[in-house]
Design a protein around this ligand. Structure first.
Ligand code: MLT
Length: 404
């Protein structure tokens, strides 16, 4: 008789965004004809940039001719894309990362869930609280998180680093020593970030304590302040303690196209063992490469036209962010984020819980957001709105919320 991975049985409820989708579907069924504005999941709404579309068409045509057809992609990504990544995302920022340290993937969600596989089962993970649920859930699935306490909504073996209004959403060094530290900066869900100097302290801490940092930089394109690092490798010593995960979803609208990459520096070692070698082995066995057409699309995001068009797209979403932020502030809400990230994090009014506010907003304004408590216990009493909607819908949602 086969057995199942019992760790899956420990997962409470369904994945946050699946729960929200189910609730919204039930509401829509009970209230047909209601015009719902969705500012919940951070899914983009603007079409792919013309430079990207052009590159994809060209790549599709190549696939239609024997001479230019492409089968399996190289496990770790095509050189044309890895070289463009190094030039634009690293060399231009003074980071010494080479093309063979880049592992092209189908997105940062998969990478952030899969990366824990190369670490031992007894490692203690530390996460910001609130946190992107994938980091914790993937560690639950692999049995690294201990026992779940439904009352506090915490796992016995996870080290939580509360990020709240009181500490300016800056994680503090934990009392217990973690082995793996997950940092997402600029942050999902709070939309806040830390300075390069503060990030340097984390790098120093990790190097000193022998921890590895899993650094999720999916929202890097939204950084507007000059003292914020665009890559953890801008910090001295990061190559011996950090893996960086990047996505094309948020900066280039690839949520439905799927492309991302991980940087695993060769200097990152556990004793004599190279994590770069391990991730190469893992990628080779479990992944057959992102599609050629998609990697060509990724390359196009780094062309002069691609860069200019994506800059405009980021500005479009950040205009939404600043409109939501100032609009809610004027309406008396306490609001955070939205300066270096496309997320607005607000205090729920009248001491409502996050889910109470979710229901209130859905029923009274027909607006969908994400309850802060879905990201962890310290998210209770907060609520997240995404700036990835269309301008018209964002304005509409704001008007409805202000009228409540
Ligand atoms: C979010 O809404 O937090 C993100 O869209 C989720 C993701 O990127 O997977």
């Amino acid at each position: 008789m086969f057995q199942i991975n019992e760790n899956y049985q420990k997962l409470p409820g369904s994945y946050l965004f699946s729960t929200i989708a189910k609730k919204v579907a039930a509401f829509t069924e009970a209230n047909p004809g209601k015009d719902i504005i969705r500012l919940g999941i951070g899914d983009v709404t603007q079409p792919l940039a013309p430079a990207v579309i052009e590159a994809m068409h060209k790549a599709v045509d190549e696939m239609g001719k024997a001479e230019t057809f492409h089968g399996y992609a190289p496990d770790l990504g095509y050189d044309f894309l890895r070289d463009a990544i190094v030039e634009n995302d690293y060399k231009s920022r003074g980071c010494d990362i080479s093309a063979d340290e880049i592992f092209v993937s189908d997105g940062a969600k998969s990478d952030s869930a899969n990366i824990q596989e190369i670490f031992g089962p007894k490692n203690r993970i530390a996460v910001c609280d609130p946190v992107y649920p994938v980091y914790v859930d993937s560690n639950v699935m692999s049995g690294r998180t201990g026992v779940y306490d439904a009352r506090s909504e915490t796992w016995s073996d996870v080290i939580y680093m509360p990020c709240t209004m009181e500490n300016g959403f800056v994680p503090e060094f934990p009392k217990e020593t973690p082995d793996m530290i997950y940092l997402c900066l600029p942050n999902n869900p709070t939309g806040t970030t830390i300075t390069k100097a503060q990030l340097q302290e984390w790098v120093d801490y990790a190097n000193k304590s022998g921890a590895v940092i899993i650094y999720d930089g999916a929202y890097e394109a939204y950084i507007s302040e000059s003292d914020v690092a665009h890559s953890i490798y801008e910090c001295e010593g990061a190559k011996t303690c950090a893996i960086e995960l990047k996505s094309f979803s948020k900066n280039a609208g690839f949520t439905g196209v799927r492309l991302g990459y991980a940087v695993v520096p060769k200097d990152l070692k556990c004793g004599d063992v190279s994590l770069h070698g391990m991730w190469t082995r893992r990628h080779g066995t479990k992944f057959n490469g992102a599609p050629y057409i998609v990697q060509r699309a990724g390359e196009a995001t780094y062309s002069p036209q691609g860069k200019a068009q994506l800059k405009e797209q980021v500005a479009y979403y950040m205009k939404n962010a600043s409109m939501i932020k100032s609009g809610l502030q004027e309406a008396g809400y306490t609001v955070f984020g939205g300066v270096n990230a496309p997320y607005i994090w607000l205090k729920t009014p009248d001491k409502m819980t996050s889910w109470e506010f979710f229901d209130y907003l859905l029923h009274n304004a027909n607006v969908v957001g994400t309850p802060g408590s879905g990201f962890g216990p310290s998210g209770e009493g907060y609520f997240r709105l995404t700036a990835f909607g269309s301008y018209e819908n964002t304005l509409g949602a704001l008007e409805r919320i202000r009228k409540l």
